[in-house]
Design a protein around this ligand. Structure first.
Ligand code: SF4
Ligand code: FES
Length: 274
């Protein structure tokens, strides 16, 4: 038998019919909320109730609901991805709240992520940065022998940590400049640290930064908000690497890329590791 005490909350949520329509906050009561529900399940409950009453459900994006796809993204009571540290909003649980709470829910407020409807925004600018990075050179054909390309263990681990980025855009939403430097640094680092990423290394950084500028993302001013909210704990040192890669690509143009990350120079204003 489930003895969990259910409770009621009021949700103040941003409603906007479309990109050109005016938006406003609307308040709704959500009753019978279980503390074991995820925040998105609570919004499902709200939507079921709205539909039953002939109203329009709140548009909200989600997919995996287990913190790996990056499609959910909300500002809850002013916190990007909600009050839990290093968590996606789909992993936030209603036990974080109590009976009678008024919870404010807003979409990402970022110029480069235009609002589509209610809580859904268009984050395809991040995809275009990725696409501008292009491909890596790999030979097709039979699978290579295991360990035929030696990779330094530290580089492999750092590349994996960078590859953990799920492209949620929280770093951009938390940055006062709307910068996408942490995202771009992570997506660049996952290739720049590995031998397979070397042939296109310089072209990649120039392409990605050009795309980032074109999408009107801001610049980093060392606020560290991105690192603080990232659900995958992507480190700010990825921004330092992005700066160094950019510097090297400009200095050496088409010259042979450095063989390993240890050849890189350091950037003074963003520390390598926290
Ligand atoms: S760096 Fe972190 S916050 Fe930014 S998009 Fe990737 S996972 Fe999300
Ligand atoms: S729904 Fe996939 S990360 Fe939240």
């Amino acid at each position: 038998m489930n003895n969990t005490k259910h409770f009621n909350v009021t949700i103040r949520v941003w409603r906007q019919e479309g990109p050109e329509e005016p938006g406003r906050m609307m308040a709704y009561k959500v009753n019978d909320v279980s503390p074991d529900m995820s925040f998105l399940e609570m919004l499902d409950l709200l939507n079921e109730d709205l539909i039953k009453k002939g109203g329009k459900p709140v548009t909200v994006e989600s997919d995996c609901r287990e913190g790996i796809c990056g499609s959910c993204g909300l500002v809850v009571n002013g916190d990007v991805h909600g009050p839990d540290e290093h968590s996606t909003v789909c992993q936030l649980h209603m036990r974080r709240f109590k009976d009678g709470d008024v919870i404010t829910v807003e979409p990402w407020r970022v110029k480069s992520f235009p609002l589509l409807k209610d809580l859904a925004v268009d984050r395809s600018a991040l995809d275009r940065i990725m696409a501008a990075g292009g491909y890596i050179s790999v030979n097709t054909g039979a699978a290579p022998d295991a360990n035929s390309i030696p990779v330094n263990k530290d580089d492999a681990e750092e590349a994996m940590d960078s590859a953990a980025c799920i492209g949620c855009g929280a770093c951009v939403a938390a940055c006062p400049n709307g910068a996408a430097m942490l995202f771009t640094g992570a997506k660049l680092s996952q290739f720049a640290l590995l031998p397979q990423g070397q042939p296109e290394r310089q072209r990649r950084v120039l392409g990605m930064l050009e795309a980032m500028d074109k999408e009107a993302f801001g610049n980093c001013s060392n606020e560290y908000e991105c690192e603080a909210v990232c659900p995958k704990e992507v480190k700010i040192s990825n921004i330092a690497r992005l700066n160094r890669e950019f510097l090297l690509a400009n200095l050496f143009g088409k010259a042979e890329p450095a063989a390993t990350s240890s050849h890189l120079i350091s950037t003074p204003d963003v520390p390598e590791d926290e």
